[in-house]
Design a protein around this ligand. Structure first.
Ligand code: 3PG
Ligand code: MG
Length: 401
């Protein structure tokens, strides 16, 4: 069975009710939750929404979650800011329902006005994350056709992104964003052009162990940065002072460094350190870190080393920052990686994972990357597993028996 995408549909959309799942889980301003601080995920969904509207659907029902309200109604997680932003972008009214099971939805479907309906946060219902078939069936009962463009939740077996496929046999389609994500990530998973260099950063080895073990088979170099570099350095017998470093992560790092890919691992040779987390930065131009200091970014020699390893690469995957980049004192390493990648014009550069994506956005170099994934956990899992439950369900359907 093949995966079908909405570009196969034109006439078939006319006068139909379409229900479409997106990942509008966008960050909101901490002090003013009506403000969206990064609209990328919504912006990247617009192509699908516009396509459906242009092809004459009768009603378009949009669905998403926002945050983790844990199955309870919580105004903090209302989709209201998303509805407002969408209305502005689409120049259409967007009606936000009170709940996903709101009786008024049926009435709305029969009214001539208000073509675009946004269901309130799916995760206000505990059934969503439980993957409930009853809930999925209720959602499905509103529409003729199902569209999934929510790559960011494709790793979850949730009702609106997974189970619902059971009720749309031969009527379930992927959206444009999902297609783009699959195409880009497949290039990394299937046959990455060599030389292939992966840069993995972030806080914990345990979070990334699976992806490292998967990548190390195919890469020419595996560059490690961020706090997860410290357990690797300890595993190689270095001192890391007070740097973040758990024993269990050291054990995992040892496992990698004993494997056949050990010579591919590239680690920091100098650091930016401080006496406290986020405190005054100091240079440490040696691999060893003093007992009372903690490493918070890679140093200039390391930047030069990583740049050298990246030179001439045909494929680059970047997941996870090189340091505490949210703090300008410790952003140089991460920004240098972003800049190097942005200048590699003939390489296929893919950035995935929440933090590195925000770093790229902060650097202003977003458009210079070949692909920036909208998925955090989803992009990692795609690389580890080669596909995701939400994508498989779209392709093969879901059998509830
Ligand atoms: C994300 O931001 O990772 C996706 O929207 C999925 O959300 P979740 O991690 O809370 O399931
Ligand atoms: Mg997540």
């Amino acid at each position: 069975m093949a995966l079908h995408f909405i570009d196969e549909l034109t006439e078939e959309l006319k006068d139909k009710v379409v229900i479409a799942r997106f990942d509008f889980n966008v960050p909101l301003d901490k002090s003013d939750r009506t403000k969206i601080t990064d609209t990328t995920r919504i912006d990247m969904a617009l192509e699908t929404i516009q396509y459906l509207l242009e092809n004459g659907v009768k009603k378009l029902i949009l669905m998403s979650h926002l945050g983790r309200p844990k199955g309870k109604v919580n105004e903090e997680f209302t989709l209201e800011p998303v509805a407002t932003y969408l209305a502005e972008k689409l120049r259409e009214d967007v009606v936000l329902t009170e709940s996903c099971l709101d009786r008024g939805i049926r009435t709305l479907l029969n009214l001539n006005e208000s073509k675009v309906i946004l269901l309130q946060n799916l995760r206000f219902h505990p059934e969503e994350e439980a993957g409930s078939s009853e809930f999925a069936k209720a959602l499905a009962s509103y529409a003729d056709i199902y569209v999934n463009d929510a790559f960011g939740v494709a790793h979850r077996k949730h009702a609106s992104a997974y189970t619902i496929n059971a009720y749309f046999k031969n009527k379930a389609y992927g959206g444009f964003l999902l297609k783009k994500e699959i195409q880009a990530l497949s290039k990394i998973v299937e046959s990455p052009k060599s030389p292939f260099v992966a840069i993995v950063g972030g806080a914990k080895v345990s979070d990334k162990i699976k992806i490292i073990e998967r990548l190390i088979i195919n890469v020419d170099h595996l560059i490690i940065g961020g706090a997860m570099a410290y357990p690797f350095l300890v595993a190689r017998g270095h001192e890391v002072g007070n740097s973040l470093c758990s024993q269990s992560d050291v054990a995992l790092a040892k496992r990698i460094l004993m494997g056949s890919g050990k010579n591919k691992v590239v680690l920091p040779v100098d650091h930016v350190v401080s006496s406290e987390f986020g405190g005054k930065p100091e240079a440490c131009d040696n691999v060893e870190i003093d007992g009372d200091k903690m490493g918070l970014d890679i140093g200039p020699k390391t930047i030069a080393l990583y740049t050298e390893k990246l030179a001439g690469a045909a494929t680059v995957l970047w997941n996870g920052p090189m340091g505490l980049f949210e703090n300008e004192d410790y952003a140089a390493g991460t920004m240098a990686i972003a800049k190097t990648l942005s200048e590699m014009e003939s390489a296929f550069t893919l950035v995935g994972g929440g933090d590195s994506v925000s770093a790229v956005r902060k650097s202003g170099l977003f458009d210079k990357m070949s692909h920036v994934s909208t998925g955090g956990g989803a992009s990692l899992e795609f690389i580890e597993e080669g596909s995701l439950p939400g994508i498989q369900a779209l392709k093969f359907g879901v059998d509830l028996n």
